[in-house]
Design a protein around this ligand. Structure first.
Ligand code: ATP
Length: 416
């Protein structure tokens, strides 16, 4: 069935704004003019490795019935994007896309391409003309790449996010949210809401100067109303909006059979064997190599993943694991989570003598000898011994909330 779709992207900068806030402002204006959208506005996260992203590489989209005042809707969207975008920033290049029709298979493919890989402005423009979409480019108009994807992205698995916005006079200042109220909200609504808090770290609070006071993530819109009631903001909230989103769905993760099939700037899950003991380098980043019959890759748990590194450190050569994450700069695989498939719980050691002492090598071809009782054995074969492992076969381990990507599916959402 035909509908009218609106996509908006690339309106913010590291210094301010947020495309979701712009979307919420537009929706308020729609409401005042009697324009209704179908379902929730959508916040679609795209390739986390896209070069020009401000933060989480998100675009927004709305869906309208054709009996709405489409011309007025278009006018309102273009007016607010022109007025509120952060045009001073070189990397803010807004793009608005209007599309009337059905979401076709090739549009769905485009959306996955925008999540899995990199698309150029020219390619997006060509695609828009192919599907008959109307594009509006501001400055370089890079936002059309994400706008088309935000319109086209299917949402089989999805979550919601309630975003509350600050009074503009507070932008850039410290946020004031009652910590205990967030703890209470988490206690009463988790796991239907998730990623609220991590010890003292208030995960619902952004750390950038954007208009958002807090964002609460959930599996359903209803629980967000409960959460909203419980959280006490110690400053004015001027607006709020619930988005339907592909956040926390692992939509960015592609399944590959071989390590050599993976490409830089894409995200995957891949099985392999740990080659060496994870080691930490200056700056606190931890690395190890993972291999299979096709090749090997350097896997990393970077410093911001904090205690996750202590878990990674427990891996040892010979462990079979499946890692989830993506290949970024330096061609290293940033681990978001991993599952232990098979722990290597044996170690080859010199045999123990009848007298109880571990034997030492008697040199090549000569087997082992006991330094205590002098006994010799001819075989040079070391013997396998079981060792205690603190990781568990089959179990998943994930990065902490503070270091998690928007798209990463937390274990609490996985049907384990
Ligand atoms: P925020 O999350 O705060 O809204 P952001 O991180 O989403 O900001 P944007 O300002 O939207 O950052 O900038 C991202 C830019 O990257 C947009 O122009 C978008 O069109 C573009 N983009 C999105 N996906 C891809 C992709 N796969 N390849 C190339 N460019 C992309």
């Amino acid at each position: 069935m035909d509908y009218f779709y609106i996509g908006i992207d690339d309106t913010d900068s590291p210094d301010g704004m947020c495309t979701t806030f712009l979307a919420s402002t537009i929706l308020n204006e729609f409401r005042e003019n009697g324009i209704q959208i179908i379902d929730f506005p959508r916040l679609i996260r795209l390739n986390p490795f896209a070069r020009f992203k401000t933060r989480g590489n998100g675009g927004v989209s709305f869906k309208l019935d054709l009996n709405q005042n489409i011309d007025l809707a278009k006018e309102i969207v273009l007016k607010y994007v022109s007025e509120l975008s952060m045009f001073d920033c070189d990397n803010t290049n807004p793009g608005v896309v209007f599309y009337k029709g059905e979401i076709t298979d090739e549009m769905v493919d485009y959306a996955f391409k925008a999540i899995y890989s990199i698309i150029s402005i020219e390619e997006a423009e060509l695609f828009a003309s192919k599907i008959g979409a109307e594009i509006h480019k501001f400055k370089k108009g890079r936002g059309i790449i994400g706008s088309i994807a935000a319109i086209s992205c299917p949402l089989e698995d999805f979550t919601y996010e309630l975003l509350a916005y600050r009074d503009p006079s507070r932008y850039g200042t410290e946020r004031h949210i009652d910590y205990d109220s967030v703890v209470k909200m988490d206690r009463e609504t988790f796991p239907e809401t998730f990623e609220n808090i991590d010890g003292k770290y208030l995960a619902i609070e952004p750390k950038t100067p954007c208009p958002v006071l807090y964002g609460i993530r959930s599996n359903s819109p209803e629980v967000l109303e409960t959460a909203r009631e419980i959280v006490i903001p110690n400053e004015t909230i001027v607006d709020s909006c619930i988005f339907k989103t592909n956040q926390h769905t692992d939509m960015h993760i592609q399944e590959v059979d071989k390590i050599s099939d993976m490409r830089q700037y894409s995200c995957y899950k891949v099985k392999g064997t740990v080659k060496d003991t994870p080691h930490i380098i200056e700056g606190g980043h931890m690395f190890f190599s993972l291999y299979d019959e096709s090749g090997e890759i350097e896997a990393a748990a970077y410093e911001p993943t904090k205690d996750f590194r202590k878990t990674v450190e427990k891996l040892r050569a010979g462990d079979k694991i499946e890692i989830y994450g993506g290949i970024g700069e330096q061609n290293t695989f940033n681990i978001e989570k991993f599952q232990v498939l098979h722990l290597n719980d044996t170690v080859l050691r010199n045999p123990i003598c009848e007298c109880g002492k571990r034997m030492t090598s008697a040199g090549k071809q000569k087997g082992f000898k006991c330094k205590r009782c002098g006994k010799k054995i001819e075989s040079s074969e070391k013997v396998p011994e079981k060792i205690e492992r603190t990781l568990e076969n089959g179990k998943f381990y994930e990065t902490p909330v503070s270091a998690r990507r928007h798209l990463a599916k937390p274990l609490i959402r996985m049907k384990l």
